[in-house]
Design a protein around this ligand. Structure first.
Ligand SMILES: [Zn+2]
Length: 91
């Protein structure tokens, strides 16, 4: 009898941990969009990272290091630094 209870307890523990992990994954997805996950995969496969051009000074840099700005029209502009982002906004 004790063995059955122990088994049920383990099962309960497993289900609890599993659903908790799922919830954490959902939260992580909300904080870090799936696009970031794809980027991590790229790094894991040692593929060369996509380069983006700074919209202000024209310097090329890896996408992961670029400062992103979402335009009102829906497009994304990249900058090499917060400084360039500010300067671009002034124009
Ligand atoms: Zn720049």
């Amino acid at each position: 009898m004790l063995k059955i209870l122990f088994f049920l307890f383990l099962l309960f523990l497993f289900v609890t941990i599993y659903s908790f992990k799922k919830r954490v994954d959902n939260i992580l997805d909300a904080i870090f969009p799936p696009r970031d996950k794809a980027k991590q995969n790229n790094n894991r496969n040692n593929r060369p990272e996509q380069l983006v051009k700074c919209a202000n000074c024209g310097v090329y840099l890896p996408k992961s290091e670029a400062v992103k700005k979402i335009k009102l029209t829906g497009g994304v502009v990249y900058f090499c630094s917060e400084q360039c982002k500010k300067e671009y906004g002034k124009r």
